[in-house]
Design a protein around this ligand. Structure first.
Ligand code: P1T
Length: 400
């Protein structure tokens, strides 16, 4: 076990990953076996059946726990499978407070599935603490939020929300997918459970779907480990290996994603002055709400940036069609830059009214800034703005 005082990149490369004892292989093998021989009933080497536990998954779980400064981690078949398993902690009649800006699939699962089982949800803007305290009822069991959030990069104060949860005996969950453990460690701020879609930055190469949760709480861990086995949404050994392979470069990738995104932020700020962009959403952008808190709890601003293009849906779709290196696709966090249209893609499960209530406007574009050379990315964006056929002056004239 590598201690938490060893630095991040060293832990990313070494935690859980000693050379194979039998062969000396520096990269741990992929254990594909679904079952394990017992030398007499119950007499085994720590593994019985791969849904319950698998050596390759165990290496990944040890590694993830170490990166989040946690004692325990569990890996899942997707970020959404992690979400599902966490909701199995609840029972009929329980109430959950959820950030109003979360991945559309998370909202869909709470709103369209869990509600049928008698769990109720209040979606509140967690950037304002009184919204949370006002929403607490005698049935509230859990507070769940993303920071930075998807797609508006809203920043919530992790330490303050963790304090509220502790004094009200609520389970606190942070979806740390956008920040990654390199930029922010919610467990260090007292959060009970951190969850990730490892499909994103942790995997880092857009070639695997996975999820994880990390906790310091042994009781929660035991319950969640039981649910992981009982529910069965576990990742394949090969997928665990792919995630582990991606993790080794997580730190250097996040530095580069962040520095590229900061340059894209400056570029888009210029587009506000030119009249092409209405609003810019980036954790370290000073006019962004709670950017001071972002700078306090995050190492860098991360690779995600969203903006409202002037001209709404039509302009957003035209802009996206002109991009070359920013590929129009759902997902984020891979080495390659992606662009998407949240209103009908990642957040299409909200009704138009639900979207507008949450501040997701018709001109919203979300970028996952990759680690390509920044000059090429900025050229790509500039080219897309220059080629817009819809005349911005005409739009302004219509508005007036
Ligand atoms: O796709 P999956 O691995 O199941 O992860 C779900 C999930 C959970 N949490 C956050 C913050 C996410 O962004 C996601 C998935 N998001 C996308 C696919 C997306 O493009 O935003």
């Amino acid at each position: 076990m590598i201690c938490k005082f060893v630095k991040f990149n060293t832990r990313a490369i070494h935690s859980g990953q000693e050379a194979d004892k039998e062969t000396g292989a520096v990269v741990p093998p992929i254990h594909l076996s679904s079952t394990f021989k017992q030398d007499g009933v119950g007499n085994h080497k720590g593994f019985e059946y791969s849904r319950t536990g698998n050596p390759t998954r165990q290496i990944l779980e040890t590694n993830l726990a170490s990166l989040e400064n946690g004692k325990y981690a569990l890996a899942f078949a997707s970020g959404s499978a992690t979400t599902t398993t966490l909701q199995l902690l609840l029972k009929k009649g329980d109430h959950v407070i959820v950030g109003d800006d979360v991945y559309g699939g998370t909202f869909r699962f709470f709103d369209k599935v869990m509600k049928n089982f008698g769990v109720t949800y209040s979606f509140v803007d967690t950037t304002k603490l009184t919204n949370i305290t006002n929403a607490i009822t005698s049935s509230t069991k859990m507070v769940w939020f993303e920071t930075p959030s998807n797609p508006l990069l809203k920043i919530s104060d992790i330490q303050a929300i963790s304090n509220i949860c502790k004094s009200n005996n609520l389970i606190s969950v942070v979806d740390n997918t956008f920040a990654t453990p390199f930029l922010q460690n919610p467990l260090d701020m007292g959060i009970d459970i951190v969850m990730h879609s490892t499909t994103k930055y942790i995997g880092g190469h857009s070639d695997v779907i996975g999820g994880a949760l990390i906790t310091n709480n042994s009781e929660l861990y035991e319950r969640l480990k039981f649910l992981q086995n009982a529910g069965g949404a576990v990742p394949s050994p090969f997928d665990c290996w792919l995630v582990l392979r991606g993790i080794k470069t997580l730190g250097i990738r996040m530095e580069r994603h962040s520095s590229n995104a900061e340059k894209v932020m400056r570029f888009l700020e210029g587009k506000i002055d030119e009249g092409h962009v209405e609003e810019l959403y980036y954790p370290f952008y000073s006019p962004h709400k709670n950017s001071d808190i972002a700078k306090k709890q995050m190492k860098f601003g991360g690779g995600m940036i969203s903006f409202d293009i002037v001209g709404g849906k039509e302009m957003a779709n035209e802009f996206l069609s002109h991009l070359k290196y920013f590929t129009l696709a759902e997902s984020l966090g891979g080495v390659e830059s992606l662009a998407e249209y949240p209103p009908s893609m990642t957040h299409g499960s909200y009704t138009p009214d639900e979207r507008l209530e949450r501040g997701i406007k018709d001109g919203l574009v979300r970028l996952s800034v990759g680690i390509e050379d920044i000059e090429d990315l900025l050229d790509d964006l500039e080219h897309a703005f220059k080629n817009l056929k819809i005349d911005i002056d005409e739009i302004k004239a219509v508005k007036h």
